[in-house]
Design a protein around this ligand. Structure first.
Ligand code: SF4
Length: 902
């Protein structure tokens, strides 16, 4: 590397959640880029959450897919791009020729940049001639998309982040904003600090970190949101809170929506019974909503991921239409996007039931508009297969080739073992990824190495319609190439014209021009960024974040738009929004005697998706190192499982194993399991394998929030952990989890059979000549050993009958930093106790400063701390990104309660 190159600061965006924070990467040749929040970006104004702040720890090339590979005689081998692309193009062309266009499919991702997405959609819908392109955004956003289209006529989020600061009431529905959209939540908290009268209402079956700082928490029964918001619609009507003139001038359909709501939601006490909430709290919410003009109702996966997700979205929007609270500062329904570019994918039509530029597949004029603009030989004329149906069709053999880009459906889809069966049978599986070994790449016939964050350039659109640049600041590793490039190369090899782009800027330009194409008065589409057409490479490279629509005025000036629908004109020929009647319905599969608990799934604070990036950071891995099964202590008692021990969760579709935890926020009858663990990080913790493949009938979004399950003990004879400088093969152990530490890999194990000298040496790959120290108490079932190489700790293993007596991992982690293991440490290591061991800091709460739960609780008790700010001043926790502030708030309450009880 040329060390004389100057230090450069590149402005880019975070690749994780839909807040879309601006990031600066300061690059000095020969050093790891320094990542910071971009003070100039409107989404985060310089702040980052702990995931964004740790991006620099995820940039190494360990485990990267760096070269194309093809399957030959059952095994993968390295290939050149030419051979791999020819295999894809030839395979797709042959299958299309023999079986038709619908026999091939693309399955893409909200992680893609808009330019990649645009080309993928054009390739399938305009040239292959099939709409069989769907995306993992189907799993998180499609109910919001469908709800927007039913209400507004187009998939549009009317408001912006500033509305959260201007609102007098924020209702967070099915959204653990504190963990899943942390910098936005911090913005809300700062607004609340400045203006304590701002009311925060959290509606969530679980008492999440978000609920800790809310003024009011409604712990609704899972799946009853439609009853709750139908009840609100009735209440607002009964109590004179409707804006009759707005409804008359700008909407249609109120009578039918009210009639549906009134069937069993006109009586508050009955709604409270159905939703299983305190009637007084429900009244407080309804009355507060009625009396407050500036209300933002923000919702996320707890609303979308349901067999009635679209109705939930419309039940919420109905209440805002009734009160005319849309499009003005501080008010409106607000869909919080999960992924960094879910909205960009929707702009280009990346879902199987959409066309590009917010045009519709079932609109002949719009189909013709897109085909003409692309000068395409054909255009898909019917919706393609949505995610769940797509992989069913693969298993049934009607889809014979699938190209999976930037996603891991073997982990993330419901009934995930069905996806495995599908890929095993599929004639041609192409996977484009940055990671070599994922659960999905194992089934690939062709592997294409993609560019990762920091290496690729393009645009993304966040939850508030803000288009930002992601910019490259690292060289492309190995032979990795942009996804749009690979798609264009395959298209060219299939004889398709229109894929000769000079770069990502040229794709964006075409996308911008298409958005304004035949976008005329009388049938105007709101999504119009034609003001950005014709920018050229330089202007594209310099592009500042901008909220769409982006139009060019008569004077040539470009104008962006923070809020939409302020004039009450919606995206329909008559300009009116629609109320949607939402008769409530229960989840498709009810709990029963065999499966008496309802499984809910979701994210952890410091991890992202299947941990291919965040799992590399020891700091992020310290917050929740293992997969958990969170359930109420009384349910645990009934199931015969204990906190800290392993348990199996089983549904009609599959099973998984994880450690029992009592997070303290879950109601009786529910079980929560995080989504992040794959076959690469745990033996048996893919929660997707359990989830029922039921989908919302309108959006096709799966019901990730409700699957009937049972929980039972997972019996092992011993528990153990291993810390090792090198990765180990632990497949023979009954249960394992792999966690990245600082300079070592940690394995948490549960097994059966002897676990002493021979077993330990076998796991660590150590022969009898090695420098090996051990302690063995067979009677007590305790075994400890360490392997040293030239006096340096190489690995250690600790075994006990139960998890509880195993020593804290933090102390042992510190020994891996020593060049030579001191004699005293050898002795204490075998004793399983640190020398002059201070108090155990406990599980990590603040990842930024590595502060544990026990440290925080001790500080609260010792110094009689009362506020989160005082805790920060005392032990630093919460003083950087703020992601852990809600958990500190909870610890303040718990510690106070335990003192009062004492
Ligand atoms: S809130 Fe965190 S994860 Fe989301 S975009 Fe910002 S830094 Fe990234």
């Amino acid at each position: 590397m040329d060390m004389t190159l100057p230090v450069q600061t590149v402005h880019t965006t975070c690749p994780y959640c839909g807040v879309g924070c601006g990031v600066t990467a300061t690059v000095k040749p020969g050093t790891i880029p320094i990542i910071a929040g971009d003070a100039a970006h409107t989404a985060n104004k310089g702040r980052l959450c702990v995931k964004g702040a740790a991006l620099g720890e995820t940039l190494d090339l360990d485990g990267r897919l760096l070269y194309p590979e093809v399957r030959e005689h059952g095994a993968m081998r390295r290939a050149g791009w030419d051979e791999a692309l020819a295999r894809v193009a030839g395979g797709f062309a042959g299958i299309i020729a023999e079986h038709g266009a619908d026999a091939v499919a693309l399955y893409v991702s909200g992680q893609l940049l808009t330019e990649d997405y645009y080309v993928a959609n054009k390739f399938m819908k305009g040239y292959v001639g099939s709409a069989n392109i769907d995306t993992n955004s189907r799993l998180c956003m499609s109910s919001s998309v469908a709800g927007h289209k039913r209400a507004f006529g187009e998939d549009v989020v009317p408001g912006c982040y500033e509305d959260f600061e201007l609102a007098d009431m924020i209702v967070l529905v099915g959204s653990n904003t504190a963990w899943c959209h942390p910098t936005l939540f911090q913005r809300i908290l700062r607004a609340k600090e400045a203006r304590p009268a701002l009311q925060i209402v959290a509606i969530d079956p679980r008492r999440t970190a978000t609920c800790e700082l809310a003024d009011l928490h409604l712990p609704v029964k899972p799946g009853t949101d439609v009853w709750l918001f139908n009840g609100l619609l009735s209440y607002l009507t009964q109590h004179g809170a409707a804006d009759a003139s707005y409804v008359a001038a700008h909407t249609e359909g109120l009578d039918a929506a009210l009639a549906a709501a009134d069937v069993d939601c006109s009586d508050l006490a009955q709604v409270a019974r159905i939703c299983r909430v305190d009637p007084a709290k429900l009244l407080a919410f309804y009355a507060g909503f009625a009396a407050t003009n500036k209300v933002v109702t923000a919702y996320s996966q707890g609303v979308n991921q349901s067999s009635s997700g679209t109705d939930k979205v419309n039940a919420i929007i109905n209440c805002h239409l009734l009160t005319g609270r849309i499009g003005h500062p501080g008010m409106g329904p607000f869909s919080l996007t999960g992924q960094p570019n879910a909205m960009g994918g929707r702009e280009v039509g990346g879902l199987a039931n959409m066309l590009a530029a917010h045009m519709d597949l079932d609109n002949p004029a719009q189909r013709d508009a897109v085909r003409t603009f692309w000068d395409a030989p054909r255009i898909a004329d019917k919706p393609g297969l949505k995610a769940v149906d797509l992989f069913r069709a693969v298993e049934e053999g009607t889809v014979k080739a699938v190209w999976i880009i930037a996603t891991n459906p073997l982990v993330s889809l419901p009934d995930a073992d069905q996806v495995r069966r599908a890929l095993q049978k599929c004639e041609l599986v192409v996977v484009s990824d940055i990671v070599a070994a994922t659960d999905t790449t194992a089934y690939a016939d062709v592997l294409l190495p993609a560019l990762g964050w920091g290496e690729k350039g393009g645009t993304v659109t966040n939850s508030e319609r803000c288009i930002s640049r992601q910019r490259a600041f690292l060289p492309a590793p190995g032979e990795a190439r942009a996804d749009w490039w690979a798609l264009c190369e395959v298209a060219r090899r299939m004889g398709f014209k229109g894929f000769d782009y000079a770069g990502a800027h040229a794709i964006f330009d075409e996308h911008a021009r298409l958005s304004g194409w035949r976008n005329e008065d009388g049938n105007r589409r709101v999504f119009d960024i034609s003001g950005m057409a014709g920018m050229g490479r330089q202007a594209y490279d310099a592009l500042e974040p901008v909220q769409w629509p982006v139009l060019r005025g008569a004077d040539g000036a470009i104008g962006a738009t923070a809020r939409l629908f302020a004039d009450g004109r919606y995206a329909r020929p008559d300009g009116k929004a629609r109320f949607v009647a939402t008769p409530p319905r229960a989840p498709v599969h009810a709990v029963d005697d065999e499966f008496p608990l309802a499984l809910n799934t979701g994210r952890m604070r410091d991890q992202w998706h299947t941990m291919t990036r965040t799992g590399k950071s020891p700091r992020l891995s310290s917050h929740a190192p293992e997969p958990i099964i969170d359930l109420h202590p009384n349910d645990a008692l009934l199931c015969g499982v204990r906190e800290g021990e392993l348990a199996r969760v089983t549904s009609r579709w599959g099973a998984m194993v994880a450690r029992v935890a009592h997070g303290g926020g879950i109601a009786r009858g529910s079980v929560f399991v995080p989504i992040h663990w794959s076959g690469q990080t745990a033996s048996d913790a893919r929660v997707g394998a359990l989830v029922n493949p039921v989908v919302d009938p309108v959006s096709g979004e799966p019901e990730f929030k409700h699957t009937p399950v049972r929980v039972e003990p997972f019996v092992v004879e011993w528990q153990a952990f291993v810390l090792s400088r090198t990765a180990l093969a632990v497949d023979g152990v009954a249960n394992w989890t792999r966690v990245q530490g600082d300079g070592f890999v940690r394995y948490e194990l549960g097994g059966r059979g002897p676990a002493h000298d021979d077993w330990a040496r076998g796991v660590l790959g150590v022969d009898y000549e090695a420098d090996w120290i051990e302690y063995d108490d067979t009677g007590a079932g305790v075994y400890r050993a360490a392997h040293l190489v030239e006096g340096r700790l190489q690995a250690c293993v600790f075994v006990a009958r139960r998890a509880a007596p195993l020593p804290p991992r933090q102390w042992l982690a510190g020994l891996f930093k020593q060049e030579t293991l001191a004699q005293a440490d050898r002795a204490t290591l075998l004793a399983g106790r640190a020398p002059q061991q201070g108090p155990d800091p406990g599980p990590t709460v603040c990842s930024c400063f590595g502060v544990g739960r026990n440290t925080i609780c001790a500080a609260i008790r010792t110094h009689a701390l009362e506020t989160t700010a005082q805790v920060t001043a005392c032990v630093k926790a919460g003083g950087n990104c703020g992601s852990c502030v809600p958990e500190i708030g909870k610890l303040l309450v718990l510690t106070r309660c335990s003192e009062e009880a004492a």
